[in-house]
Design a protein around this ligand. Structure first.
Ligand code: FEO
Length: 401
């Protein structure tokens, strides 16, 4: 028997957990799974917010019926059309043929394109309101978090904000659903990884949404992934964390990401880390790009101000996973970092030229001249690695956080 949690008077959680999918968007590892959250208002009108991945439609329907029994659903509000949330819309319409879909003009285009749905769609504009009985819904268009149709709904009486992917985290909801029922600390790192990888390119859109929502009083954040945030200190934490991430603001710390086929470049990464540590840096994360998934490296780069990347030359270019990482950083417009880089080669270096092309496109502050190593570290290269760690530490220590 499925039971659905009432999170505010008349507002229920009817989402599901996915413990099977390996890669979110076929890209991002899900070691702790993910939840697809959906919410239901049981008022004079019944309103559903978003659906779930089609694989879970059966459990989803049981959860919906555990709240409303055989009553019909009057409205489906679509915060976001990515199929992890829209996947059950067509199936839901077959169960509830009279339901009215609420979305914006971009939603309509995607409903037609993904599901051939063109009827029974009510198009709302920014700040439109809809009374559904005791509750009033106010819609806020928040485009590009992280698709153009993304929008949020404020439930005026309960001061609850249905946010779509904003404030989302990877990780299933084990047992509880609300922050008061869970250990919120388990979710913050996965919230950063989710943000860095899924939303990270769209910091300015997040800031625009923050300005639009600045005057509303929020007592409950209902995202489409992860816990429902309802305790004041947690709400403050997730709002401030997302604000910081979307401004590309970082903490004192250093990420060293390197590729190394036979261990020589890795030795330099270790020397640089040791030098930064000797000079007072405590938050140091080394990522061997052949082992750490890019999503974790990006997460840590979004966390920490310092970044050093080292790459061997491979086929007259960068080591492929390093090239991929640089592409991920450029794609997300990552900025406000202190940066250093170094390369290695066996007979002809190609790395410094490639890194220089990269840095010319990025708003990074380069802390030291780059250096390169031929085959294995000699005294001169070791000295340059120590110097890079030291200069990076000095710059990090002189930055106000
Ligand atoms: Fe959770 Fe952008 O879909």
């Amino acid at each position: 028997m499925y039971k659905s949690l009432q999170i505010k008077k008349g507002l229920f959680y009817v989402g599901v957990n996915d413990r099977s999918k390996q890669l979110f968007e076929s890209l991002w590892p899900l070691p702790k799974g993910v939840s697809y959250n959906s919410y239901l208002i049981d008022d004079e009108k019944v309103v559903l917010f978003d659906t779930v991945d089609i694989c879970y439609s059966d459990i989803y329907l049981k959860k919906i019926k555990s709240v409303i029994g055989e009553k019909p659903i009057d409205y489906l509000v679509i915060s976001h059309m990515e199929p992890d949330h829209s996947g059950s819309i067509k199936w839901l319409l077959s169960m509830y043929p009279n339901l009215q879909i609420i979305g914006n003009s971009y939603t309509c285009d995607m409903l037609k394109g993904f599901y051939s749905i063109t009827d029974k769609v009510q198009v709302i504009k920014d700040k439109d309101e809809l009374s559904v009985g005791a509750n009033t819904l106010k819609f806020f268009l928040t485009p590009m978090i992280h698709w153009p149709e993304t929008m949020m709904t404020y439930i005026v009486q309960s001061k609850s904000l249905i946010t779509g992917d904003a404030f989302g985290t990877f990780g299933t909801l084990d047992g509880g659903v609300m922050d008061s029922q869970l250990n919120p600390e388990w979710y913050y790192d996965e919230m950063i990884r989710y943000y860095a990888n899924i939303v990270g390119k769209y910091g300015s859109a997040v800031q625009t949404a923050y300005k639009k929502l600045a005057d509303i009083d929020i007592e409950c954040i209902c995202s489409t992934h992860g816990p429902v945030w309802s305790e004041k200190e947690n709400i403050d934490s997730v709002i401030s964390l997302t604000d910081k991430l979307s401004k590309y603001e970082t903490d004192n710390g250093l990420v060293i990401a390197y590729g190394s086929m036979y261990g020589n470049t890795e030795q330099l990464a270790e020397i640089i880390a040791s030098s930064a540590s000797d000079n007072g840096i405590k938050n140091i994360v080394l990522h061997n790009v052949s082992k750490s998934h890019e999503s974790y490296i990006l997460r840590d780069i979004f966390k920490y101000k310092g970044l050093i990347i080292g790459s061997p030359t491979y086929n007259n270019g960068l080591f492929p996973p390093i090239e991929n990482l640089l592409c991920g950083l450029e794609n997300r417009g990552v900025k406000n970092h202190l940066f250093g880089y170094f390369g290695s080669f066996t007979w002809a270096d190609a790395t410094i030229k490639k890194f220089t092309e990269f840095t010319s496109k990025m708003k990074f502050d380069i802390v030291a001249d780059p250096f390169k190593m031929k085959q294995s570290p000699d005294d001169s290269v070791v000295e340059q690695a120590i110097n890079l760690g030291k200069l990076m530490a000095e710059r990090l220590n002189s930055t106000i956080y």
